[in-house]
Design a protein around this ligand. Structure first.
Ligand code: SF4
Length: 260
């Protein structure tokens, strides 16, 4: 099975992080052992047991994650794994990426792809009225004077930007759709709509923050395209948005369906 470059970055960083952590755990075990024995003779075995348990959990979690990525199916607990990746591993990966010279943006892309992969592995189906499409404000044409935050359906459908197409897409599948200007508004939209799943279009930074903030709600993240630079007249790949919608409504789609 193909491992896309972004996923390779994540797996590479994961292995590197595990090696560093194993070295740290060994030092933690080896160095204070004498001091602990002086405090109480039963402390060294207890301490060793706790560290061995930690090593076992790390190895088990890491292998489970790698096998889930390779197989593309939920082997066991992929839902929980996504939480561990979002809350624990991702911040560590950013740190390790900086250490070995991988740009933050690449690690964020890798995280989004891995998150999407774990959601697809889970194969959970969602009712249309429980699925939300969340868009960034920068997709709206920069010169459009209509206020679409608050109510995207204020759009007059002139076709100068993809807001028109995305509204049509949401109507076709009877989904909720909203535009957010930033993280605070996005959180409010999620709280008000109470979706069971989200298809989000945004840049790496907003997608990673959104996926972390909204966990455990599954979010398939689709990176926006920026032909005019960041934050102005950005584009969404409508095919990727449609495929992500169908993955939630109908289950995983045939190969080639990985929207970043
Ligand atoms: S499609 Fe809607 S949001 Fe986009 S420019 Fe036209 S009226 Fe404005």
């Amino acid at each position: 099975m193909e491992i896309r470059p972004q996923k390779r970055i994540f797996i590479g960083l994961l292995v590197f992080t595990c090696v560093i952590l194993f070295i740290l755990i060994f030092l933690l075990w080896y160095v204070p052992m004498v001091g602990l024995k002086n405090i109480h003779p039963s402390l060294p075995p207890l301490f060793s047991f706790a560290l061995a348990l930690l090593v076992f959990l790390m190895t088990f979690g890491g292998l489970l994650l790698v096998f889930t990525i390779l197989r593309g199916k939920d082997i066991f607990l992929s839902h929980k794994l996504r939480g561990v990746v979002a809350k624990v591993l991702f911040p560590l990966m950013i740190l390790m990426g900086r250490f070995v010279g991988i740009p933050k943006e690449k690690v964020q892309q890798s995280f989004v792809e891995l998150n999407n992969h774990l959601i697809r592995s889970n194969r959970r189906r969602i009712r249309p009225d429980k699925l939300l499409i969340l868009l960034p404000h920068c997709i709206q044409d920069f010169d459009c004077q209509i206020k679409i935050t608050g109510n995207i359906r204020n759009c007059k459908g002139c076709g100068k930007c993809e807001i028109k197409d995305l509204i049509e897409l949401s109507d076709q599948y009877h989904l909720k759709i909203a535009v957010a200007t930033g993280g605070t508004l996005a959180r409010r939209i999620v709280l008000e709509n109470r979706p069971e799943a989200i298809v989000a279009v945004a840049c790496e930074l907003d997608l990673t923050a959104g996926i972390q903030d909204t966990y455990p709600i599954p979010v398939i993240g689709i990176l926006n395209e920026r032909p005019n630079g960041p934050c102005i007249n950005t584009k969404a790949d409508l095919d990727k948005v449609r495929r992500a919608i169908l993955e939630f409504l109908e289950g995983p789609q045939p190969s080639g369906s990985s929207g970043k």
